[in-house]
Design a protein around this ligand. Structure first.
Ligand SMILES: NC(=O)c1ccc[n+]([C@@H]2O[C@H](COP(=O)([O-])OP(=O)(O)OC[C@H]3O[C@@H](n4cnc5c(N)ncnc54)[C@H](O)[C@@H]3O)[C@@H](O)[C@H]2O)c1
Ligand SMILES: O=c1ccn([C@@H]2O[C@H](COP(=O)(O)OP(=O)(O)O[C@H]3O[C@H](CO)[C@@H](O)[C@H](O)[C@H]3O)[C@@H](O)[C@H]2O)c(=O)[nH]1
Length: 473
């Protein structure tokens, strides 16, 4: 078996950074260099304030940085030195051209692959870490093989990443499984074993799964589609609960107790966000369409349709409850990140909701413990378009440094992210109530607060998937 001694990771983002930092943390005998074309990002990885917030990440990075873990903009140098290269660049949804709005944009994967082909001076194992459509490894192979010689040979592996943000370090330290796909040739299997050897420094052997290349690529899209499907399913049920007096928490619990279903990923919410779910489902939809499987495409697409419906339904309910108008009313939004314990705002439900509030001429006060002010304005404004809305957004949106400031003189509070600090045993809701306009409304999009307790304080509470009279005749 080939032993890996030197790893290069192309792409120092939410995946490349934590994943390869954990490899360095667990494999002191391997030199790991994470490279990126973005010098600001690399400078941040080399500073005291890392570019992403992730519990436990600082410890891992500070422990190994400049020992066997390096961050650099010298992409070519790191490629040349490495015997195994992770391609961990972004694969966003295409904005223009064929497949726009659905297909994954593979330009960054292709450019990284071409760079490897161009500068490599020795044989390499090239690992697809980015999430890509099924059979992308074939295109990478074609590019690399066009540049291989008798002396230089490339093996391609698929090793999708399953970490979730907010728990990335725990997920990496004890993964449910590590998946490694390879061409089932003697060279492919040898490369697969070499990468398995890296993970086996800390992951039990029976959790390292080996499959063929295409199964590995498709499993990543499939896992995300199935996880998101569960959320859309419970969110669809939340609408039925609100109309019937059933309680979505009770329904999810009762269903989840069936060991065939399991309890995870059944939390109703204002809608899933994050950089992956929507993008990867649309990717699967596009793949199905390309394979001339329209019924399959429509099936998966409904997961995204339901998610959009849930967000719009929540906004409509807020407006209706606030006497059919929110014009000039102050709405306090608690949370802007797409989930707790991350500063990431990509595809956060908060963005859709707040844009709708702005459209309805409300004043919005936002507090999130980890999202930077500038990020919020960037997400809410359409800058660079025909009409630049930044000034208007700044006029209507105030960024606050705590929940009390956001809620002061507000007509309604909207809980959008499930940060622990918004729980009713952590936040002084009596103090918040005292500072609000009356009636003081609270809309919980995360099933986070104890609604009966807050109602006793005087709040008019509205919780997704529940009615005030749930359970009564
Ligand atoms: N974010 C997640 O939780 C997560 C989890 C699993 C899988 N993924 C997948 O992993 C991939 C990366 O996601 P991410 O969230 O880390 O993205 P990201 O945008 O945070 O990071 C990607 C980085 O790649 C760099 N880059 C792009 N092209 C480059 C090139 N040619 N050379 C060097 N650097 C280059 C960019 O500058 C950027 O810093 C995506 O395919 C995503 O779908 C993401
Ligand atoms: O029961 C639930 C669980 C999650 N969510 C929401 O769903 C979104 C995604 O959450 P989560 O999956 O925990 O975070 P991600 O970081 O997006 O991770 C997903 O996407 C990654 C990128 O592909 C995968 O690697 C992970 O396995 C997969 O969980 C967030 O808005 C959550 O609030 C719910 O609304 N209800």
């Amino acid at each position: 078996m080939t032993t890996v001694k030197n790893i290069c990771c192309i792409g120092a983002g939410y995946v490349g950074g934590p994943t390869c930092a954990v490899i360095a943390y667990k494999c002191h005998d391997i030199k790991v260099t994470i490279v990126d074309v973005n010098p600001t990002r690399i400078a941040a990885w080399n500073s005291d304030k890392l570019p992403i917030y992730e519990p436990g990440l600082d410890k891992v990075v500070f422990d190994r940085r400049d020992k066997n873990l390096f961050f650099s903009t010298n992409v070519d140098g790191a490629i040349q030195e490495a015997d195994l290269i992770f391609v961990s660049v972004n694969t966003p949804t295409k904005k223009a051209g064929m497949g726009a709005g659905r297909a994954a944009d593979l330009a960054y994967v292709e450019s990284a692959t071409r760079r490897i082909a161009q500068v490599a001076t020795s044989s390499k194992i090239v690992v697809e870490k980015s999430t890509v459509p099924c059979r992308t490894a074939q295109s990478m192979r074609t590019i690399l093989e066009a540049n291989s010689t008798k002396e230089i040979h490339f093996d391609i592996l698929s090793n999708p990443e399953f970490l979730a943000e907010g728990t990335a370090i725990d997920d990496l330290l004890s993964p449910d499984r590590v998946l490694i796909g390879a061409l089932q040739t003697p060279e492919g299997i040898k490369a697969q074993q070499a990468l398995a050897g890296v993970y086996q420094h800390w992951v039990p052997k029976d959790r390292v799964l080996t499959t063929n290349l295409w199964s590995s690529e498709l499993s990543k899209l499939a896992a995300n589609a199935m996880l998101a499907q569960r959320i859309s399913s419970v969110n669809a049920l939340s609408a039925i609960c609100e109309a019937t007096g059933a309680d979505v928490d009770e329904v999810a619990y009762a269903c989840g107790r069936d060991t065939r279903l399991g309890s995870k990923f059944l939390k109703a919410s204002v809608g899933f966000g994050g950089s992956c779910f929507q993008k990867d489902i649309l990717n699967l939809v596009y793949l199905s369409e390309q394979l001339n499987l329209p019924e399959v495409a429509a099936y998966w697409h409904q997961v995204v349709v339901m998610n959009e419906y849930q967000k719009k339904r929540f906004v409509r309910n807020i407006i209706k409850t606030l006497f059919n108008t929110i014009t000039n009313k102050k709405i306090a939004v608690l949370g802007f990140a797409f989930k707790k314990d991350t500063g990431d705002t990509r595809e956060s439900a908060a963005i859709t909701l707040i844009k709708d509030f702005i459209q309805e001429s409300a004043h919005v006060a936002i507090y999130d413990p980890k999202v930077e002010r500038e990020q919020i304005y960037m997400d809410l404004a359409d800058s660079g378009g025909v009409v630049d809305t930044r000034q208007q957004v700044e006029k209507q949106v105030q960024i606050c440094s705590n929940a009390y400031e956001a809620a002061q003189d507000a007509d309604a509070i909207v809980v959008v992210t499930e940060w622990d600090e918004f729980r009713d045993d952590q936040l002084d809701y009596a103090k918040i109530y005292a500072g609000m306009h009356k009636p003081a409304f609270l809309f919980d999009g995360r099933l986070l607060v104890n609604a009966p307790k807050l109602r006793k304080m005087g709040f008019k509470v509205n919780v997704i998937g529940k009615t005030e009279l749930a359970g009564t005749a």
